[in-house]
Design a protein around this ligand. Structure first.
Ligand code: XMP
Length: 498
């Protein structure tokens, strides 16, 4: 937008400004449809090589996404983006936690094993402590000799508590090789009426374990976002200059690195992000940006772009810095450039209702990122607090004083070690406790599907091209919310305070 004073000779020219719109300024125009919401396909792409089954990811914030949220989001078909307000070792541990959560083969180091010379009582106590109901029995060379489970040590089998495990174990143990696969393991379990199969190498050394419980758990999450080897996918936030963190997260198996910066149209940030991209296997998403000019540079190398300059619920960027872009216009500007380049667009921040999320998709986003929507769920870090009889969880901006003091804030270009007096761009808050992530996602995805039904689009790409907006007046906004009534019962997907 060229309104340079040197060209026009007039400051007042600057006031001939383009209009930028946000969620409440627009509505989807209802259109002819045969699409039932349940039939809408909400799968999408979040980066060049990663697809999701729902178009939703959780924010890289220390009150939103750690391993538990990462597991929950991926199991539901979305993706969690781990925050970076933790040291590199911790981040690696959280990435591994997600990647291992639904692994078919439990790795050797995580398998609880018994030794033949231990007593039955010792092993019984150990299994109780570790929360398992059976354990492979291995000797000092890790060779599998048998398997011991609750049934082997029940008193009616006349095994004394002080007898050795070798007396009580089942020694005709059924093992399999690493290549067994879920179906093969299940067949073995059904044929031999067993619940666990130790995985061994060619010399009968234990290398892992497959359990019936693990296989059934994976079946419960058929919609999960998985990598090529069946592990859950996970994203990790890295600072634009954190090459060490980027390398460690990539090595640990993160599927996407999210370059985490409040203003990625900073040329130093883009240069460094470009270098990170050349040195990792993971996809690299660059953000945040909010204009077509920024998008032009980012799509040259990025696998995805993330949009949002100040729309977030806990953000004060716009009031503190005077800069920002209303989110619907920002998404549309970026998508104008990114879509033809085949680069997915993520709309990050400001989403309060499912209607906002589907409007962001209509404006050109492929995926939405949410913070406050998920911060009150069980899967978010932090405990539930009670104030005036109501339950809440903490939710704070990554540019808030609290987050900066505990190591964050680099995103907001503050050197927290040298500058003790922060200039925050976010606030610390509490958000109502909401229960499980899965029920929140059910409402969110259900509402988005409903939007697709009103527009008559079966898929996200079709919805993006077919949908149209109408502009809403402030009277129209008032009309769109419950009005002239007193709400008596809370709805699961609407709160007037959002
Ligand atoms: P919502 O609205 O979903 O927004 O809660 C989450 C997004 O807000 C961004 N974020 C911040 N923006 N100051 C800001 O200006 C902050 O302190 C801050 N912390 C998070 C971020 O993009 C997140 O995904």
């Amino acid at each position: 937008m060229g309104n340079d004073v040197s060209e026009t000779g007039s400051f007042s020219e600057k006031l001939r400004v383009p209009e930028a719109l946000t969620f409440d300024d627009v509505l989807l125009r209802p259109m002819e449809s045969r699409v039932e919401p349940d039939a809408a396909d909400v799968s999408t792409r979040v980066s060049r090589s990663v697809s999701l089954n729902i178009p939703i990811i959780s924010a890289a914030m220390d009150t939103v996404t750690e391993g538990e949220m990462g597991i929950g989001m991926a199991r539901e078909g979305g993706l969690g983006v781990l925050h970076r307000n933790m040291d590199i070792e911790q981040m690696v541990a959280e990435i591994e936690r997600v990647k291992r959560a639904d692994e078919l083969v439990i790795r050797r180091e995580d398998v609880v094993t018994a030794h033949p010379t231990q007593t039955v009582r010792e092993v019984d106590e150990m299994m109780e402590r570790k929360g398992v109901s059976g354990a492979p029995v291995v000797d000092d060379t890790d060779t599998v000799l048998g398997i011991i489970s609750g049934t082997d040590i029940r008193p009616y089998l006349e095994v004394g508590e002080s007898d050795a495990v070798r007396e009580a174990m089942t020694d005709e143990v059924i093992t399999a090789q690493r290549t067994v696969g879920a179906r093969g393991a299940l067949e073995l379990m059904y044929d031999h009426k067993i619940e666990r199969v130790p995985i061994v190498d060619g010399d009968e050394h234990l290398v892992g374990l497959v359990t019936m419980q693990g296989i059934l758990q994976r079946r419960e999450h058929e919609n999960a976002t998985r990598d090529d080897t069946g592990r859950l996918r996970v994203g990790a936030a890295v600072g634009p200059f954190e090459t060490e963190r980027a390398a460690a997260a990539d090595d640990a198996g993160a599927d996407i690195l999210f370059i985490d910066c409040a203003h990625a149209h900073n040329l130093d940030v883009l240069e460094s992000a470009r270098e990170i991209k050349t040195s990792v296997d993971a996809d690299v998403v660059v953000g945040n940006i909010g204009t077509r000019e920024a998008a032009k540079v980012a799509v040259e190398f990025a696998d995805g772009v993330k949009v949002g300059i100040g729309p977030g619920s806990i953000c004060t960027t716009r009031v503190v810095s005077g800069a920002g872009m209303p989110q619907i216009s920002a998404v549309a500007e970026v998508a104008d450039v990114a879509a033809p380049a085949g680069v997915p667009v993520i709309a990050d921040g400001g989403i309060r209702y499912s209607g906002d999320a589907i409007k962001a998709i209509a404006a050109g986003a492929d995926v939405v990122m949410l913070g406050s929507y998920f911060a009150g769920t069980d899967e978010a870090p932090g405990r539930v607090i009670t104030m005036n009889g109501k339950k809440y969880k903490q939710y704070r901006g990554m540019g808030s004083v609290g987050a900066m003091k505990s190591g964050g804030g680099e995103r907001y270009l503050k050197d927290s070690e040298e500058d003790e007096e922060f200039v925050p761009e976010g606030v610390e808050a509490a958000t109502p406790y909401k229960g499980t992530l899965s029920s929140e996602l059910h409402q969110l995805v259900g509402g988005m599907r409903s939007g697709m039904g009103y527009v008559g689009a079966e898929t996200i790409p079709e919805f993006k091209t077919r949908s149209e907006f109408v502009r809403v007046s402030s009277a129209g906004q008032t009309e769109g919310h419950p009005h002239d009534v007193m709400i008596t019962d809370e709805a699961p997907n609407y709160s007037p305070n959002n």
